[in-house]
Ligand binder design. Structure first.
Ligand code: 5GP
Ligand code: ZN
Length: 135
């Protein structure tokens, strides 16, 4: 499969691996958005979070939990992000969690700044969504 992250896992692409667990690895992003930008990925190729099984999912987020205290020590504030699908901004179609150290003078804002703040839902749309998403 022609997947950059699968090539990192197989060792074909040299990478600064920070920690490996049974089902996941963490490594430095090659094109960091800030100093200390780290990625955490499952070893098995899945495009989306919901494609992983429960063990892979808990191993991945357990490694995020392990890495976050390290990464967060860089600035004291960290953005955690998953682009879960192409239209959400995913360029590499292999699940990955971004851990991006933030600081008050960086150029990025909160996720709210990514969206038009005029977006509103009607009460009936909220009810419809509630019915659709409630488990
Ligand atoms: P996406 O936009 O899909 O959420 O993020 C993909 C991330 O993978 C980007 O932050 C990009 O810098 C990183 N990346 C792409 N190619 C490589 C690579 O070959 N090695 C490493 N370490 N990171 C990469
Ligand atoms: Zn892959």
């Amino acid at each position: 499969m022609d997947c950059i992250f699968c090539k990192i896992i197989s060792g074909e692409i040299p990478t600064k691996i920070l920690k490996e667990t049974s089902d996941s690895i963490s490594f430095l992003d090659a094109f960091p958005l800030s100093k200390g930008h780290v990625l955490v990925i499952p070893k098995k190729h899945h495009q989306k979070i919901q494609d992983m099984n429960e063990k892979e999912n808990s191993d991945l987020f357990s490694l995020v939990h392990t890495m976050i205290s390290k990464v967060d020590s860089i600035t004291g504030s960290t953005l955690l992000a998953v682009h879960n699908g192409k239209d959400a901004g995913q360029e590499v179609p292999h699940v990955h969690v971004h851990l991006v150290p933030r600081s008050k003078d960086d150029s990025a804002g909160a996720i709210h700044s990514m969206f038009d703040d005029s977006f509103k839902l009607s009460d009936s749309e909220i009810d419809e969504l509630y019915t659709k998403l409630k488990i």
